[in-house]
Design a protein around this ligand. Sequence first.
Ligand code: FAD
Ligand code: DLZ
Ligand code: SF4
Length: 509
Amino acid sequence: MTQSNLILVLGDQLTPAISSLAQADASTDIVVMAEVVEEATYVRHHKKKITFLFSAMRHFALELENAGWRVAYTRLDDPNNAGSLEGEVARRLARHKSKKVVVTEPGEWRLLNAMQNWSRSLGCQVDILSDDRFIASHSEFAGWASGRKQLRMEYFYRDMRKKARLLMHGDKPVGGKWNFDSENRKPAADDLSIPEPLRFEPDGVTQDVMRLVQKNFAEHFGDLEPFWFAVTRTDAETARDHFITECLPSFGDYQDAMLVGCRFLYHSVLSHYIHCGLLDPLDVCQRAAAAYENGEAPINAVEGFVRQIIGWREFIRGIYWLKMPSYADPNFFQTERKLPAFYWTGETDMRCLAEAITQTKEEAYAHHIQRLMVTGNFAMLAGVSPTEIHEWYLAVYADAYEWVELPNVIGMSQFADGGLLGSKPYAASGSYINKMSNYCSHCSYDVKQKTGDEACPFNALYWDFLARNQDQLGQNARLRNPYATWRRMSEDKRQTYRDSAAAFLSKLS
Ligand code: FAD
Ligand code: DLZ
Ligand code: SF4
């Protein structure tokens, strides 16, 4: 009798052509999928994220069965559920008398590290294949990074454009330049008409999962209802097409804007679909490029969007695998503050933070500038420990997997790596938030006041951050102007900033 291999498919590997399935034989091999407590609780993921992933996994199992695969699927509430991926694989090995497990490499280091011991602990052959859903392989990124003093996304991105043949005329970029960011970053007017992302009614499968999540993960952060994410490939593709026709044309212009009550603006809200394998990143980019070629979206929007995916997404993954496991630990500013409690409730008088956190709680989503310049900026200015803020980001977003979350938080947002990923900290006072949003006109603090109880807290915190980190940042060429301004201030003024920041921080803790 032909031996069955077990093909383990993880929750973020819901791609029919993934390397593990591509090499397998549907007539003999058995696909193993499992909902396990260990993955759902290594951080206490948002309820919407668990619901999304379990429902998408169940739909994917059906998709595979319809395509002729045998799928051994374990639900979370199966009384025999072993509780961990390794335990589930062990159970299936014994049941099917298999001798070999094949899996595409997981996205997170912790799981790869564990899997590398499985052949010993499980007593069978374990083949870990590379994940070719990315444009750059680990070795390609390592080769690109090798010997470079600084790793900057922009140069890597150009190589990815050439490799993927996206927005290229021969070897030249379409539109005559690689990056159209100078045409983006416009603030948005209050009365802008903004399309909403497509919402999908939960079907019977999703409703079952919602009950399961409510029962088992009730104490996890976030609102379960209303649940409106796509959980099938077909619906995720409909959401993708809706973004391309309705939002992409204005994506560039308002990429950095923030408005009270407008949770998505022109963002795609596709990251959780892309990361779990329901959408193919290159295909999404090709469709965006086609919209430009057909005259349906301008180059600044399309180039900006494509750059996020084949530039930032690939670059961030490259950094993660280049630097793990030590990349989880850096603490350049040696900060230790606990995460303020309002990060879990949204209950703060600071309107920008209240908006970003409340929508995170309700939607498991905030867009990039909210993550970077509101929640991330505040945590860095206030001196929150990088580990605390990293664990928060990993738990609260539907698109959070450590490979993409950690470099964005540790590197881009907190500068905890001392500048490996970015050339300067994204530190900003209230005036940046006021320029890019209408939050301040709805806030009980006054963004124009610099110090005192009624002043926007970001203002004093910004100067206090620069002052207390002068040893680490004083020589940074990109901070020459703010440090020159700081030095020009009278000592009295500088002290007033420090006192104001200290008064605010003492209330915070
Ligand atoms: P859009 O604005 O529509 O962008 C299009 C796509 O580009 C996204 O779907 C995503 O696939 C990709 N992308 C854009 N920016 C980045 C980036 N910086 N890194 C990687 N991919 C990017 N993204 C995650 O996917 N998971 C995370 O856990 C995550 N944590 C973050 C934490 C912080 C502190 C910061 C500053 C950023 C984080 N990001 C994370 C990046 C970015 O904020 C999200 O990818 C984006 O907000 C997802 O929403 P969207 O699909 O509407 O993106
Ligand atoms: C995020 C997640 C969750 C919540 N649950 C499961 C699960 O029960 N089973 C599973 O196979 N995968 C799950 N995942 C996704 C994994 O955590 C993910 O594959 C790893 O973090 C590697 O990226
Ligand atoms: Fe945020 Fe300050 Fe503006 Fe209030 S005034 S919304 S705290 S930036």
